[in-house]
Ligand binder design. Structure first.
Ligand code: PMP
Length: 354
C-alpha cells in the first residue's frame, strides 16, 4: 500500500508521473530504446528539454518576458555560489531566514561583500523579518521564499531596484506570485518538480554579464543559455520526469489550481494545530508555510502513542529537522488533501485520548 508521504524532500511525486517515468526507462514512446540510453542530442531528447523549459516558463507566466529556463546540475547548493559568481561585483544583500539562506551567504562571501539586510536568527528563524531597509547600492538581493526546515514563507516580497534573486526550492509552482518581480529564481527539482538531479534556474537575461571576473564555462549562466541548457550531457531522467510533473500540473489547471488545493491542505492542518491543545505550532502564524507545517506535542509523554498511530496509518516522513525538533508535515503539490486528512484525524484522536 502506498504511504502518505510527508517527507521534506525528496518527496511525493504524482503517481501517474512515476508510472510514465518508469515506463520511459524501459522504453521511451515506442522507440525501441530507453530514455536513459538515447543520445541527449537525439531529436527525441531535444524535444523533451525544449518542452520542459517552455512548460516551466509558461506555468510561471514568464514566457515572452526575457527569461530563460535552464535545467542544471549541482542542486540548489551549487546555485548558492553560481549566483554570486555571475552577479556579485561589489556588494549583495541577503535576508537570512535560516539554514538555507545561511548556506547561500557563506558561499557568496567568497565573491564580495555581503550585507545581511535582515535576519530572524534571534528567534531561531520562526518568523520572516519585516520592516527593514534595503541599501541602494546592491548588485542583487537574495532571499529564500520558503524555509523548508523552520516552516516559514514570505507572503510578500521586498521591492528593490536591484534584481531580486530567490531560492524557491521548496515552494516553486505551489502558489500564484508575480514571478516577474524576480531577476533570477532557482529551485532543486526534488520537491515540487521531479527527482533529485536537476535544478531549475529561471533568469532574466539582461541582469547577466555585469561582473568583471572570468567565469568557468560550467558555472556561467550565459554559456548554458547559449547552449539551450545542453552545454554538457544533461541529467536526462531528472529532466524528463520534471517535464512530466510540469505537464501534470498544466493539465490540472496550472498554479492557480494547485494553490487552491495547497491552501486547503494548509488550512486543515493549521486549524488542527491551533484548536487542539495537544499540539503547538512552531512558526509565527502570519509567516506559516503552506508547504512545511512545523509543530510539536505539548506533552512529551504523547510522543510514543502519536508516532505509533502515525506508523500504523502508513504516514511517512513527519519527523522535524534536528534544528527545530518536533514534527514537520511537508505538503508539496503531489501530496493529497486526503493524506493530510489522515494525519489530522490522528491528531484529533490524540486529543480524545489525552
Ligand atoms: N534551499 C532550500 C530552501 C532547500 O530546502 C534545500 C534542500 N532541502 C536546498 C536549498 C538545498 O538543495 P540541494 O540539496 O538541491 O542542494
Amino acid at each position: 500500500m502506498k504511504k502518505h508521504n510527508f517527507s521534506a524532500g525528496p518527496c511525493a511525486l504524482p503517481q501517474e508521473v512515476l508510472a510514465k517515468a518508469s515506463q520511459a526507462v524501459v522504453e521511451l514512446d515506442d522507440s525501441g530504446l530507453s530514455l536513459v540510453e538515447i543520445s541527449h542530442r537525439s531529436a527525441a531528447f531535444v524535444r523533451i528539454m525544449e518542452n520542459a523549459r517552455s512548460l516551466a516558463l509558461e506555468l510561471l507566466g514568464l514566457d515572452g518576458k526575457g527569461y530563460h529556463a535552464l535545467f542544471l546540475q549541482g542542486g540548489a547548493s551549487l546555485e548558492f555560489l553560481m549566483v554570486a559568481y555571475n552577479m556579485l561585483e561589489k556588494k549583495a544583500g541577503y535576508i537570512n531566514t535560516g539554514t538555507w539562506s545561511a548556506k547561500a551567504i557563506k558561499e557568496a562571501k567568497l565573491f564580495g561583500e555581503i550585507d545581511e539586510v535582515a535576519s530572524s536568527k534571534n528567534e531561531n528563524y520562526n518568523y520572516i523579518p519585516k520592516g527593514y531597509t534595503i541599501p541602494a547600492d546592491l548588485d542583487y538581493l537574495h532571499l529564500t521564499s520558503n524555509n523548508t526546515i523552520f516552516g516559514t514563507q514570505f507572503k510578500e516580497f521586498p521591492k528593490t531596484a536591484a534584481p531580486l534573486v530567490c531560492d524557491m526550492s521548496s515552494d516553486i509552482f505551489s502558489r500564484q506570485i508575480d514571478f516577474s518581480q524576480f531577476g533570477l529564481i532557482y529551485a532543486g527539482a526534488q520537491k515540487n518538480m521531479g527527482p533529485a538531479g536537476t535544478t531549475l534556474v529561471v533568469v532574466r537575461e539582461d541582469i547577466l554579464g555585469k561582473v568583471s571576473r572570468n567565469i568557468p564555462s560550467m558555472l556561467d549562466y550565459q554559456v548554458h543559455i547559449g547552449k539551450d541548457s545542453m552545454f554538457n550531457t544533461p541529467p536526462v531522467f531528472a529532466v524528463y520526469t520534471s517535464m512530466l510533473t510540469l505537464e501534470w500540473l498544466k493539465n490540472l489547471g496550472g498554479i492557480s489550481a494547485i494553490e487552491e488545493i495547497n491552501d486547503k491542505k494548509a488550512q486543515l492542518i493549521y486549524s488542527e494545530i491551533d484548536l487542539n491543545p495537544v499540539f503547538k505550532g512552531y512558526a509565527k502564524k502570519e509567516d506559516r508555510s503552506t508547504m512545511n507545517a512545523t509543530f510539536d506535542l505539548t506533552d512529551g509523554k504523547l510522543k510514543e502513542p502519536f508516532e505509533k498511530m502515525c506508523r500504523e496509518a502508513n504516514i511517512n516522513g513527519i519527523n522535524g529537522h534536528r534544528s527545530v525538533g518536533g514534527y514537520r508535515a511537508s505538503m508539496y503539490n503531489a501530496l493529497s488533501l486526503e493524506s493530510v486528512g489522515v494525519l489530522v484525524d490522528i491528531m484529533s484522536e490524540m486529543e480524545r485520548k489525552a
